[in-house]
Design a protein around this ligand. Sequence first.
Ligand code: 3PY
Length: 259
Amino acid sequence: LQESLERAKRGEGPSVGQWLEFPGYTLARTIAPLGQDWVLIDCEHGNISDNDMYLQVGAISSSGCSPIVRIAGSEPWMMKRVLDAGAHGIMVPMCETKEQAEAIVKACKYPSNRWAQGVRGVGAMFASAAFNQTMGQYTLSANDNVMICVQIESRKAFENVEEIANVDGIDMLFIGPNDLASSMGYAGLDHSKVPEVQDATAQILKATLDAGKYAGHFALSADVAAQRYDQGFHFVNCGADIVAIQAWMCTEMSKLQSL
Ligand code: 3PY
């Protein structure tokens, strides 16, 4: 994950991922070796339980790909579960203030000199395997190795984005364009055609880059992902499992129905 982000920062190609809304070890095992840098397990909107998340994190990491988990809210216990499962990165939705961002960092870091405020509990029995490390190695290095990403996806977050971007320990700001548009009064519309949303997107990107952080943007196709990369975003997905399955099945079915 780290390597792909650095590559993207050098302008040598995006950090690319897949997005899972469905549960299942078998699904994760099938997707993980396809060549992307990471696979995101969506526990916010997907049909993915805590147990499914554990199994998918293991399946993805054992294929040499980075599991990233989006949690449902910003409760510290949710972050603890995901980190202890072995996620290489955590995505927290709806971060709107500097204080929330600081609380997220605190929950994700073990107490140490640099992170004296960290409160993460020690118990990474499963996480170490996901990093190919002993438990001791994992515990010593997790503060530096686990990517912390917050989503900027509301008008309030946009207004506070410079402060959020400058919170120490936040590695990435990721725009959720559907929620951002919705919060600006454009729910359900094509956000890419709404100037107010696109202006906000450009300003969020600038604040993120000015703070030296990684920038991510949600995308439902490789074409959109490529446009976002060209715009300056480092980290992009190229669709989602449910979207791909529905699109492929509809296309194939309609060929037969049109006979
Ligand atoms: C959004 O588009 O709002 C997201 O969070 C992506 O799922």
